[in-house]
Design a protein around this ligand. Structure first.
Ligand SMILES: Cc1cc2nc3c(=O)[nH]c(=O)nc-3n(C[C@H](O)[C@H](O)[C@H](O)COP(=O)(O)OP(=O)(O)OC[C@H]3O[C@@H](n4cnc5c(N)ncnc54)[C@H](O)[C@@H]3O)c2cc1C
Length: 446
């Protein structure tokens, strides 16, 4: 990010409501462009959904993975003097299962690496590998675009069952947090395109080696200093603009979609209705402890099933964290949250599928009921621009990505650009000013 790229003639006094990754991106970008910013964050700390657990920084709010294609997130970390090389373990894309090598991309240009990786996959018959390559070639030829009404399951209906089970379904639920039959094929293809075809290393997995808050939230809080006001839940936005009565030239709503809908209900009812209509998918992270145990790789894929909730497991001991701690991730977890026995089912799955030096025990279960919006086919998401001087930033804002750190950061950069020339918004995911719902002048303070 070039911090001097967009110096403005007139500095703007801007409020950013929410100190997650989107709010941090907007704040840093606006401040770098010379604007006077204040970040309001209702929690005691910044970071939003991507942070360590308050009061127990040894645990993350949920296991996170970045990929090499997260260009703007990595640039933002560097801007805050965080070295991605130091805090993230970079691994070539691989989906090993317990006792199976799985798909592994060798080094090299992404297209060649993908082809070689698929051809070398010993677990699939040759015909299945060729069918996958043919399908991927078709997606490439069509520019990774498809009918917006298609689900991932429909897009991949012709693929062999083993390819769907070992590759499509885990990738889909990991990236979109939505099971393949309900997930948007268009967004899935966009993720594949950016992962596989946006330059060397773009498909690499970047696994945190430090508590999640150290990746961005804590350095951002130090950088912002008194410009970050924690423990401040914004109650009311009034046109003009006023944030709980305090005057600003512009406001970036970088809070959750639910809160943004509440704050804009009287100002921009059309926009608020779009934000309110988003449905959510939970993610459950179950931490198991087993002293002396280690996985053969820092991350393994697992086969989800009626008695097997988790799709991935991470060995924190191998990632610079507590030895003997394992994070099991259950994405698209709605059925398991409903059943109420997720932690016990993960424990049973872990005992069945992995070898342990000592019997694993449940250490902690974290459930984020609104982890991400449900990324369904044809979903209409609210645009970044709400009204003149009022922007939304967040992983849910209109854009090509599912709810991810990179989507949040890009939406933050786009909002900063919209407010008045924040630095480094190129490639922004959202913020089309052409798609703006009417903004009224009413005020609603709840
Ligand atoms: C368990 C889990 C696992 C995930 N795994 C991954 C992953 O592996 N890779 C990936 O890329 N993404 C992952 N995600 C998604 C990622 O965490 C989010 O996309 C991203 O953090 C969203 O950032 P945000 O800034 O848009 O929103 P948030 O992080 O939700 O930030 C919004 C902020 O606004 C604050 N706020 C809300 N209302 C108000 C108010 N009225 N006044 C003041 N402040 C307010 C909130 O406290 C919060 O800090 C995961 C999410 C979860 C929950």
């Amino acid at each position: 990010m070039d911090r001097h790229a967009h110096q403005l003639a007139r500095p703007v006094k801007a409020a950013i409501v929410g100190g997650g990754w989107a709010g941090i991106a907007a704040a840093v970008s606006l401040a770098d462009a010379g604007h006077d910013i204040t970040v309001f964050e209702m929690a005691p700390q910044a970071g939003g959904r991507a942070r360590s657990v308050a009061g127990d920084p040894d645990y993350d709010n949920g296991q996170h993975i970045l990929i090499g294609a997260y260009r703007d997130s990595l640039a933002l970390m560097r801007r805050l003097d965080v070295s991605p090389e130091a805090v993230l373990e970079r691994l070539p894309l691989a989906l090993p299962y317990p006792g199976e090598a799985g798909l592994r991309l060798p080094p090299g240009p992404p297209l060649v690496a993908f082809t070689r990786g698929v051809l070398a996959h010993r677990g699939w018959p040759l015909a299945a590998r060729l069918r996958l390559l043919a399908a991927a070639g078709g997606w490439l030829a069509r520019g990774f675009r498809c009918d917006a009404s298609l689900s991932v399951a429909q897009l991949c209906a012709g693929l062999p069952a083993a390819v769907k089970r070992d590759l499509v379904e885990p990738l889909c639920v990991a990236a979109l947090n939505t099971p393949a039959p309900q997930a948007s094929a268009q967004v899935f293809l966009r993720v594949l395109k950016d992962a596989l075809f946006s330059g060397p290393g773009s498909a690499d997995l970047l696994l945190p080696r430090r508590p999640l808050s150290e990746l961005l939230a804590r350095p951002a809080a130090a950088w912002l200093g008194e410009r970050l006001r924690t423990g401040r839940r914004v109650q009311c936005i009034e046109p003009g603009w006023r944030v709980d009565g305090e005057p600003f030239d512009a406001v970036v709503l970088a809070c959750t979609s639910v809160e943004a809908a509440r704050l804009t209900a009287g100002i921009a009812p059309g926009w608020a209705a779009l934000a309110r209509a988003l449905a959510f998918q939970p993610i459950v992270t179950v931490y198991l402890h087993s002293p002396g145990s280690a996985l053969p790789q820092p991350m393994l894929a697992l086969r989800e099933g009626p008695d097997s909730p988790a799709q991935f497991v991470f060995d924190h001991g191998a990632l610079g964290g507590a030895p003997g701690r394992f994070a099991f991730v259950v994405s698209g977890a709605a059925p398991w949250v409903e059943r109420g026995d997720c932690a016990q089912a993960v424990l049973a799955q872990a005992r069945r599928e992995l070898a342990w030096a000592t019997p694993p025990v449940i250490e902690r279960m974290l459930t984020e009921k609104r982890a991400t919006f449900a990324c369904t086919p044809g979903l209409v998401r609210p645009p970044g621009r709400i009204a003149p001087g009022l922007w939304a930033a967040g992983d849910y804002v209109e854009g090509p990505y599912p709810a991810t750190l990179e989507g949040a950061v890009r939406a933050g950069l786009a909002a900063a650009q919209g407010v008045g020339g924040g630095s480094g918004a190129k490639g922004a995911a959202s913020g089309s000013p052409t798609n703006t719902p009417c903004a009224g002048q009413a005020t609603l303070c709840q």
